[in-house]
Structure formats: structure tokens, C-alpha cells
Design a protein around this ligand. Structure first.
Ligand code: F6P
Length: 327
């Protein structure tokens, strides 16, 4: 496994996240700085299977640090999940002489990298890029900070109109089966309740609190719901509340994919640049099959296997904070 890495491929896989371009830029320029050849693999693992691969120069990554999305495009590849697809992908890498890979993506992408590197002799380094922040071994994932800031900007606006009408707003945010976007954006916007998949919600308690407010003929409230919560997201929570409080003026707003776009924040550009740089340094140092994370502001290398299996530990204290601050 410890052959000298001279030609690296970089790809983005799974859901895009703001800051992925900054990471690609860092990987390409660090690789070139060390005299490596760097190849961009388009549309994630699909591009590997279909040989959609091109050499990258310093100019290929000019003027992208501030852009959301990913210039390499992304996909969730079905072919790569099959042994034949992975063999095809390996053969294509061989054609270009690529002997090291940097994968920017979430846990699904790391799972693919793990299987691939077990089957073929190619070191893989993962960079955590997902708005969901659902990966262990790193305090940050690229895109989370931007997504949360997008969410709070939208929720602040919703609060204005909620206030004007004395309305109850239920806002659904993304996160798949993780509640970090909901928790962070909910606390930062002063939400009264935050519903997340990591904990059971006592909906009766919430209804009870809302009905007491309804009696006082005022119901300005903000409930932030993670899309993966136990009730099935904002619309479902809205249905329950409307059934139980038929006189309440309730609106549901699903923020959706706007959370994935936009120019990355300073934090996302910074961590993407650091992680991209250290991913290439890792390949040079002979590391393989690790994810480059940041813990307590230091680089942290976690075996891809663990990054895939473990989820980030959830801090339950935060919910106590929500309760006390919203009272
Ligand atoms: O994983 C990122 C994410 O945006 C999740 O928060 C969301 O559940 C999912 O991707 C949406 O996926 P798609 O873009 O395929 O609808």
C-alpha cells in the first residue's frame, strides 16, 4: 500500500455542499505544488466508472473558492455499488496512472471508498463534505456552517411575518437523519421547540403549551423541525397541530434545497482549504483510508471505517438550553 503517490484523482460525491469547490482548489494546488499530476473526476464515482476524468491545472480551479456547488459535479452512482462497476472504475484509474484518491463527500461516499480500497491497491483519503454534519471524528463538515446560516437568514424572515400575523410557523430544515441543522438554526433563531431525530419528542407537551397560548389569543411561535424527525417532517407536524388546535393560524414552510446552495461562509472556505491541503499531505506521508477531520482546531485522522460506522455524539444539553431560553 505504501507506494509513492504521484498522480491523484479528486472527486465530489453525494449531496453537494458549499465549500466543496474550495476543497477541490486546495487539493489541486497542493498536489501541483508537490509536483504531482492531479485529475478531476466528474460526477463522483460515476465519472470513475465512465472514465469521465480530466487533468487539472492551477487555472482549472481559479475563481471557484467563493462558489457553491461543485465544479466537478456530483452524483450518487449505482454502478459503483457493484463489483463490476468498481473494477471498471479501477481500470479507468489505471489508464491515467492515478495512484491516490481524494474523495470529498459524506458517509455514503466514504463507504464506497472503503469498499474500493479494500478491493484495489489505491490509497483513499476522505474529506467530510456534507451540510448534515453527521460524521464522527471531526468538529466540522464542509457546508454545514453555510447551510445553517442560510437557514437562519430564512427563519429570521419567517419570524417577521409570523409576528405580523400572530401565527405559528413550523419550519422544516434538512439534515437527512441528523438534527444538527435544526438544532443549530433553531437555537440561533430563538425557536420555541426544535424537533430532531436524535431524541423523542413529547408532542402532547408541545400541544399543551401551544393551547395555553391560544387561550390568551396570541400564538406567535416558531417550531423548527428536522426533516428526519420521528413524525416525518414539517408537514406531518403541521397536520398534528392543526388537528389538535383547529383555531390556530398555522403555516408550514419547508426550506429545502436552498440550504445546499450559495457562497460558502468564511468558516467553510477555511476548513475546506485546510482539509484539502492535509488530504494531499496525507497521501504523501503514506496515509491511506483515513478521513481528514478537524478536532479542537487540530487535524485529526480517522480510519474511514470508523467515520462510516460512528455518528457524531449528540449533545443533549443543548435541548435544555432551548427549553430555558424559549420560556
Ligand atoms: O445529505 C445532504 C442532503 O441535503 C440531506 O440533508 C437531504 O436529506 C438530502 O441531501 C436531499 O437529497 P437530494 O438532493 O437527493 O434530494
Amino acid at each position: 500500500m505504501n507506494k509513492k503517490v504521484t498522480k491523484i484523482g479528486v472527486l465530489t460525491s453525494g449531496g453537494d455542499s458549499p465549500g466543496m469547490n474550495a476543497a477541490i482548489r486546495a487539493v489541486v494546488r497542493t498536489g501541483l505544488y508537490h509536483g504531482m499530476e492531479v485529475f478531476g473526476i466528474n460526477r463522483g464515482y460515476s465519472g470513475m466508472v465512465e472514465n469521465d476524468i480530466q487533468p487539472m491545472t492551477s487555472r482549472s480551479v481559479a475563481n471557484i473558492i467563493q462558489r457553491g456547488g461543485t465544479i466537478l459535479k456530483t452524483a450518487r452512482s449505482k454502478e459503483f455499488m457493484t463489483p463490476q462497476g468498481r473494477r471498471q472504475a479501477y481500470d479507468n484509474l489505471q489508464k491515467h496512472g492515478i495512484n491516490g484518491l481524494v474523495i470529498i463527500g459524506g458517509d455514503g461516499s466514504f463507504r464506497g471508498a472503503q469498499v474500493f480500497s479494500n478491493e484495489f491497491d489505491i490509497p483513499c483519503i476522505g474529506i467530510p463534505g456534507t451540510i448534515d454534519k453527521d460524521i464522527a471524528g471531526t468538529d466540522f463538515t464542509i457546508g454545514f456552517d453555510t447551510a445553517v446560516n442560510t437557514a437562519i437568514e430564512a427563519i429570521d424572515k419567517i419570524r417577521d411575518t409570523a409576528d405580523a400575523h400572530d401565527r405559528l410557523f413550523i419550519v422544516e430544515v434538512m439534515g437527512r437523519d441528523a438534527g444538527y441543522i435544526a438544532l443549530h438554526s433553531g437555537i440561533a433563531t430563538g425557536a420555541e421547540h426544535i424537533l430532531i431525530p436524535e431524541t423523542k419528542t413529547n408532542i402532547e407537551e408541545i400541544i399543551q403549551g401551544l393551547s395555553e397560548k391560544e387561550k390568551r389569543q396570541k400564538l406567535v411561535n416558531l417550531i423548527v423541525v428536522a426533516e428526519g424527525d420521528e413524525f416525518g417532517g414539517g408537514n406531518e407536524v403541521g397536520k398534528i397541530v392543526k388537528e389538535r388546535l383547529p383555531n390556530a393560524d398555522v403555516r408550514v414552510c419547508i426550506l429545502g434545497h436552498i440550504q445546499r446552495g450559495g457562497s460558502p461562509t468564511c468558516l467553510d472556505r477555511l476548513i475546506a482549504s485546510r482539509m484539502g491541503y492535509h488530504a494531499v499531505e496525507s497521501l504523501i506521508q503514506g496515509r491511506h483510508n483515513v478521513m481528514v477531520g478537524i478536532v479542537n482546531n487540530r487535524m485529526h485522522y480517522l480510519p474511514l471505517d470508523n467515520a462510516v460506522k460512528a455518528k457524531e455524539k449528540f449533545n443533549k444539553d443543548w435541548l435544555t438550553i432551548v427549553k430555558i431560553l424559549a420560556s
